[in-house]
Write a protein of this length. Structure first.
Length: 128
């Protein structure tokens, strides 16, 4: 159930952003996420328990891209006060050495996402 909510939420955020006909000036993405229910993060701050598991690591790349989406369109937000468990999970994940070693900077994500929106994906940006 948790995985379904997270995947659906991320898909919804991407879909709303990439399809400008669906995202209107007054759309509230955070409200859409709230209506689906927040991800149930355990007290350790991870989805699968005390240690990061496959579930956490598979979902993380989608959330790594979210700051880039927020930079492109400031209507895409997930405020920490409205989603405290999700914020805790993101902070916990971003501190993991495994995540830090594989991280792609926000600017690279921004350039790639804009290239996708322009229908000319630059798959190689930042790989040098």
């Amino acid at each position: 159930m948790i995985l379904t909510i997270v995947i659906f939420t991320v898909f919804l955020l991407y879909k709303l952003h990439f399809d400008s006909l669906i995202l209107n000036e007054d759309d509230d993405v955070a409200e859409a996420v709230t209506s689906m229910g927040e991800v149930q993060v355990l007290t350790a701050g991870l989805l699968a328990g005390l240690m990061p598991a496959l579930l956490d690591l598979v979902i993380w790349p989608w959330f790594e891209r979210f700051p880039a989406l927020m930079r492109i369109d400031n209507r895409l937000t997930l405020p920490g006060d409205r989603f405290p468990r999700l914020s805790t999970w993101q902070a916990t994940m971003s501190r993991l050495p495994t995540v830090k070693n594989c991280a792609i900077n926000v600017e690279s994500h921004v350039v790639y996402i804009r290239s996708v929106v322009d229908k000319n994906p630059n798959y190689c940006y930042g790989l040098d």
